[in-house]
Design a protein around this ligand. Sequence first.
Ligand code: TRP
Ligand code: ZN
Length: 867
Amino acid sequence: MPNAVYLKDYAPPACMVSHVDLIVTLEANRTVVTSTLHVTPGTVAHEPMVLNGEGLELLSLLIDGKELAKDDFTYADDLLVLNRPPQKPFTLSVVQVCNPQANTSLSGLYVSNGVFCTQMEAEGFRRFAFMQDRPDVMATYRVRVEAPRSMPILLSNGNLVESGKMPAGSHFAVWEDPHPKPTYLFALVAGDLACVKDNFTTMEGRNVELGIYVEKGKEDRCDWAMTCLKASMTWDEERFGRAYDLDVFNIVAVSDFNMGAMENKGLNIFNDKYILARPDTATDTDYVNIERIIAHEYFHNWSGNRITCRDWFQLCLKEGLTVFRDQEFTSDLRSRAVKRIEDVKTLRARQFPEDQGPLAHAVRPASYIEINNFYTPTIYEKGAEICRMLNTVLGAETFRVAMDLYFERHDGEAATVEDFLHCMSEVSRRDLSQFEKWYEQAGTPVVDVTTRYDAASREFSITVSQHTPETPGQKEKAPLHMPIALALFDTHGKELELNTKENVSLAGGVFELTTASASLTFRDVADCPVLSINRGFSAPIILRSDASEADLLFQMSKDSDSFNRWEAAQTCGLRLLVDAYKGTSVDTTRFADGLRNTLISPELDAAFKALMLQLPSEAELTVALAVDVDADRVHAARQSVLRQLGRTLDNELHLVLANRPNSNKYSPDTSSCAHRSLRAAALSLLGYAAPFRALSISREDFTAASNMTSEVGAIGSVLSLESADVDAMLQSFYDRHHADHLLLDKWFMLMAARATSSVQVAALTQHKDFTFNTPNRVYALLGGFTGSNLKAFHSADGAGYRLVGESITLLNAINPQVAARMANSFRSWGRYNRVRKTHATAVMQDILRHKGLSNDVFEIISRTLGS
Ligand code: TRP
Ligand code: ZN
């Protein structure tokens, strides 16, 4: 049984390291790292110094130039312990060897496509060199990289201070980073890469050289990333007053990467999927993701690097805040209304199932076994929601002042959530002690709303009550402090003034709920109004209201908050889906009328219309059904509702599809993206009602497509239709694009979503282009299967579970982080009916019996099983 780490056990390190000098001699299977650490002893005398090291060969160990005696240290169980470190400052010199070629876990130093690169977060540095591998040890770094001249590009953090030739066809470069940083922000890259350069002058007048390094021949796919980088730099100056602080900012794109990207100081490393874009290779979604992730990593320079985390329990301090910042960036650059809806969709699709299942954990967890398992939607997305609520409670202006204080006060420090909240409460003079529970309490709060109108007294009252269901290891839940934005509308859609009998302050239309239950009575209300509540999704909760269908339809067309317009449609849609699942007769006419009004309103944004046309997903329906779910019936129910809607909206859908947008001139701007997304949504809905017509439009779109969005949009919209035409389009997509690894990923993803059974997916794992070694390929095929093909993954015979189970045990030996991510796909197993649950349990128990199971997979599967 692996050991857990507890927040309550936090203790500062025995020694501090102020400076690290490295000489790295790169060789694929034997890289020698010579490190010199400048160590200052802590206050506790004679405490041993503990360094981490995993799978390293130790060649020599010296203190102040003198070799250590055998009994002065031990190296066992991934720890190097110096028993009696000097009581005054000293230097520790270590020579160690690692094997990047053999590193398939993509943590530490590894080789991707002939390029040496590093991924140190969270605990990868220890696989590269001995070090106190924890974020509260911050040092300046000087790095000398040595490599054969066949790898002309040698990079590390900070500024280049020296470079030159060495004998025997080698060369070197020396990089210096003046900003103290923890190990996890260290980076090193070497290879034969192409570079696209630009520059940026900061508001402080600093001229920054920008570089994007990619595989040779891909230089023409960097323009968008560069544009996004400059936009991010400008935005952080304007919106948060944050300027960049080095003379160089480099980004490197690599093909093998566990996650999206990494914010290493001055040297971000990216999954190339989030850098490379050209109209004929990247979709609108890719363009927007590139924009978002470049911004996210860049924003980390302040929220993460200048101020880092004291320990990994504070992960949300940098991730939640940085996601909030990147969400605001996208909102400012594109459409705030649409972005909010998309973010809530992501939250519901990814964070809600986590928070309402066996893997539920607090935004600041109390313990973990493997920290890599905590880069979750809860830490990121719910963490961002907490920052958003603070922004709402404090008001944008005060929030900004508090942010300034935070950046100023904790600059150069490894901080905690308390430090952050302290700045928030100090500036606002508000007591945030109850608010703090958002960080500690797991689970999605449920808020029930009931309303009552009394015509005689002209009073409208609402009662709001909250409770958070119990989560694993956390039975008792306290009421949370949550901002609930609300408005009342009269029958004409006019917003009413909010005068409460209780004289509650509703500044900005926000009610702050702090108790388990609260009531508000509004005075002088002439007619029974329509309540719009949790507007803009002001709190990340499940709202259960007694709103009638008529109220929802009213909100769909009249609510002045576009989020709640969409939300009303989702609620309506979900009710229809649940009825269809239960076999109750379903009448979609009125809902379809509402959608029709949306579709024909010229003033509405096309992207908003597209979102309105998308019904809640099968996953959302599954969550709504709660228990004993049959995946086949979920699929069938959704199909039948979509078919009815498609039939009723036939005319309007044709109107949308009538003229194909001129696809010759591609641009990823907001309005062009919006029109393409509406077209795809309309085509997809038409597919359920009129498959033949939809297929013929799809084929024409596919043939005429001059950009990747239209190509994928054409196939994607008809993916679930039984037709050889779809298979033919997929084959032609493969023939055209199989030489491009990112397009191959798209093909695998589409194939996985289309598969009618796991047998086809199993066959694809044997395809000559499939490999378990590249995370993107695994995420495309197996992630596409478990995420977009619930019917086949959750098939009653258990074959889907077994395929994924076998893949997890295979991946376990190659890359535990990726294996653990795939293991997450079992998180909702408990919602399904008995046959399915029995199969899922058997597969998970098999995984737990596997010899050599990593901590990563062990933790996820054992928690998922609840054992
Ligand atoms: N800190 C990174 C981000 O959010 C993500 C990250 C954490 C990561 N661990 C990683 C990326 C491991 C790749 C591999 O931006
Ligand atoms: Zn991040």
